[in-house]
Design a protein around this ligand. Sequence first.
Ligand code: NDP
Length: 788
Amino acid sequence: MMSPDKHNPAESLETLDWGPAVESAEEARSWIEKSGTQPAHFIGGEWSAPTAAKRFSSRCPATGEVLRDVLQGSSDDVDRAVQAARTALPTWQAMGPDGRARCLYAIARNIQKESRLFAVVESLDNGKPIRETRDLDIPLVVRHFYHHAGSAQLLDETDPGAEPWGVCGQIIPWNFPLLMLAWKIAPALACGNTVVLKPAEWTSLSALLFAETCQKSGLPDGVINIVTGDGETGAAIVSHPDIDKVAFTGSTEVGRIIREATAGSGKGLTLELGGKSPYIIFEDSDIDSAVEGLVDAIWFNQGQVCCAGSRMLVQESISDEVHRKVEERMSRLRVGNPLDKAIDIGAMVEEKHRDQVAAMCERAKGEGITCIQPPIDLPEQGYWFPPTLFREAPLSSEIASQEVFGPVLVSTTFRTPQEAVKIANHSRYGLAASIWSQDIDTALDVARKVEAGTVWVNGTNMFDASSGFGGMKESGFGREGGREGLRAYLRDVKPMTPTDGDTSATGGIVNSTSTDPALDRTAKLYIGGKQVRPDGGYCFEVQSPAGELLGLAARSNRKDVRNAVEASHRSKWGSMTGHARAQVMWFIAENLEPRSDDLAQLIDQMTGCGAEAAQKEVQQSVARWIWWASWADKHDGAVHDTPWRGLVLAVHEPFGTAGLICPQQNPLLGLVALCAPLLATGNRVIAIPSTAALAAVEMCRIIEHSDLPAGALNLLTGDAAEIGPVLAGHDDVDLLWHVSDEPLARKLEAASAGNMKVCWRPGELSDRSRRMLDRGTQVKNIWLPHGI
Ligand code: NDP
């Protein structure tokens, strides 16, 4: 595109084009030069530069020039940083909520005072337009520190008795360097943790500038430690034995490696991963606004945004009009110097990344998919990529299904809202979605059905510290921001082990060798609302503590796991109202109570706990059904107060199908105490009970005659060490609660990495707190901007 003569006002009025309005980089460059004279990590409140340290260069993506060198952190550097963070913990915690709030407030104020410097450093180092760093990244960073100063102050009120994890290892990507840092550091500090953070190799500078802010803000030495480096430095943080919690934002591939590396370690873990978010335009939308929103959804930050609206779904009746308008708008996007305030699209972060995006686009063209790229002049120096649209890309094509992480949009059409939901959910990711419709019924109905952690109605890319952000499915787990984001930095309950409990059950599986004709009644599995024989036809003996044979239980295998998962997916439990779920659970208690004596006798025989203890266990189990039934219609979400004109509805949703590995002890209560809260929150459950399985099987026989829909609860008796990992590895299981010893926990959590399912180890059977419901729930934030 030819630029008009900038000195000719008449021509400028004709084209309505802008002249350059370049932000001064003088101050930022002088800071970069000064800070780069001796590259260092920030450890224990000091700048630390080991003499033999390797270095790498941080470049300006808009020109390719080297800005300054940065140190490659070694495992020794990580170790020193972790030690400094550990040493700082008592001082930091002794400062209490008030002291910590003041430090966070000071950080917010100091960043605000230097916001222009931060914005320019970020644009120089990352290549993103100053318009974005100045108007979005830095103000949001400041907002996060202010908001969490308040959270720190109120912590004793909001979460009484809660403890911080301790030392948090945090690893962030390059696309929002300072913002990702703020999302992680602000809640960690608010809760009283100390931090070792590694910025991304390509964009370390704003984190180093932030370290200077910490020095100015009265933060005690060692509370924040910044170690620069690449993926190896990140891996050293993840595997460090003295790190209590790992928080990671980055690709799903690296997230999976981290899940496997931390499996069974007991470290806290939150993963914010990739996305391929749908941008759905209905025929009754305000089309011009939807097109303008799309510019923001996919071309903001060169499309290098985890929640980029990279899949445009347009209703067929308006497809031509929308595509015409999108193409027209694309041709007017300005690509160039990120420091120019009138630029829409800046530079791609690195040459290597730009080449990967280009290669993906070439492959899509090779598949014959129509590619639209406006003839925009790109600067000769630096790493650039034009706005790109692949029209009508087949859903299974690489370009339509894989994250590109560049300014590349794919489009497809749909006819009905049902079809839109189906296409939207046809993805391994579930990070965000935008829905454009002026019809509130359509918008909210689709918002509830789309599988995404954040849904924007008639908008896009809205974020705030008060509202959690994070994914479902392979987009990871945990939220950043909001109450749930804060709680992710509070220590989890100490996990119970399989043998914790009041009544001792005989452990282990004893294969049945008995041929006694009196024992022909083998306890069955309970799958899809029916008693079924195990696929393999094997069973095991349930014995008394004295070794006396009490009965046979079915021994499930891999095929039984698959059958149970399929049955659970057919169940309508998740779509029932909380009220209806409560009624069913009350009814289970009602049916169970008259059978107390039989159940207690079985428990006593299996565990030898005595009649009284056995009766108590049954009574507690009945009470637990009632307790969680009472909660089923009360675990509401929230409406958040954000500095936007609109509402953010934080809606509680079940995960879907939950795997449950019960403790060995308390063979009835161990099942009920854990499966009832999962059911109350609308999850379908596949439970592996204690090997003292007869009481659990008996309860399912009773449940068969209550109103629990088929597939809502499935019981797989057998060896948890054998079938647990199969359940944990199943891609259609969305959540796993497990009571396991460390070797089994390691196997289960490593197996869960396949679909990045959430794993949790419950604390104790007496836990009747809201935590149990929170752990069975994922929060979907639906943004509803409104007003004129
Ligand atoms: P990567 O996963 O490659 O890297 C993220 C961070 O992890 C970087 O600091 C990286 O170091 C580090 N790292 C790399 N390998 C390891 C390892 N084995 N162990 C520990 N740390 C490691 O992602 P990108 O930097 O390429 O970022 C882009 C990705 O991040 C996209 O997929 C995007 O969707 C996702 N993302 C998700 C967000 C969300 O909130 N859900 C937000 C922003 C991005 P280094 O880069 O220095 O080598």
